[in-house]
Design a protein around this ligand. Sequence first.
Ligand SMILES: CC(C)(COP(=O)(O)OP(=O)(O)OC[C@H]1O[C@@H](n2cnc3c(N)ncnc32)[C@H](O)[C@@H]1OP(=O)(O)O)[C@@H](O)C(=O)NCCC(=O)NCCS
Length: 310
Amino acid sequence: MTNDDWSALVDTTDEWITTRTGIKERRFAADDQSTLDLSEQAALRAMGDAGLSADDIDEIILATDTPELYTPDTASLLQDRLGCRTIPTYDLGGSGCAGWIQAIDVARSRIAFEPKNILVVGVELISRLISWEDRATCVLFGDGAGAIVMGPGTGKATLVDVISGTDGSKADILTLQTGGTRHPFTVESAAAGDHQRLDMKGSEVFREAVRRMSSVTLELLERIDRPLGEVALLIPHQANKRIIDAIGHKLGLSEDKVFVNVDRYGNTGSATVPLGLWEAYGESRIQPGDLVVLTAFGAGFHWASAAMQF
Ligand SMILES: CC(C)(COP(=O)(O)OP(=O)(O)OC[C@H]1O[C@@H](n2cnc3c(N)ncnc32)[C@H](O)[C@@H]1OP(=O)(O)O)[C@@H](O)C(=O)NCCC(=O)NCCS
């Protein structure tokens, strides 16, 4: 769906969206597709790339704010869809766009405790969550899914370290309140469209995103004792090209070292980082020996950074 497609529906222009966000188009799932369908596609590709079958998966963690159902978790449905054994599964929900890096942080500690293969999925069907009439938010998002399989030993890359953080005092800068126990879903709220009212203080989110993603990346590099100059590629959460540029500028990284695909997908929430990783890898922008840093921020307010040595 292009910016011009949106301008036919709400009071916006390609020029406004492009200059404010860098987004030119985004993908929306078909009406008959759901979170589970996208998760399955990403999971199958990750398992295929790893040379593993459903029997080899020992656990599933799925990060999403747009689950298949209210209950149970999408991960249990994915276990069945993939034909896995009766392995434990769980969703990591509500962490917004930082959810997938938080999930790989959880996965690595599970693997350190007991060697196993964990399928880690980041998936979002934000098109079902947002109001298609609110121009301030609808143009920013897209649907997508990405996945990796993490396990013990050496695969294509080693997860060197991850740092995650949260500042709950800033929870109010990005919320969707209706449907929880504080603001239950009612006929009146549904009629008013409250269940799709994403409250976002855009400029505060922008500021916090740049501040937190830059600082957690520097903190991580210091902890693993690797200089910024050794980073071959930074894959930041893809919310807005201006946010990405500001991080690159703050860190002093040249443009070729910062991955961007927000122009084609928009913000796909917890899927942006695994999608970026998959594309960068597929386009040979990641070579053996490369140090790749992933970073994200999201509603909560959460942030995280992960270092991968290929
Ligand atoms: C949302 C965002 C793009 C807005 O950009 P901005 O530079 O702060 O916007 P500005 O303040 O210049 O413009 C706001 C104006 O544009 C208008 N506007 C909002 N959406 C618009 C749209 N799609 N088309 C045209 N005008 C729009 C607003 O109504 C407002 O008008 P007003 O000043 O008359 O009230 C920017 O704040 C942002 O990207 N924030 C981070 C959002 C994010 O990443 N969210 C996901 C977190 S995971």
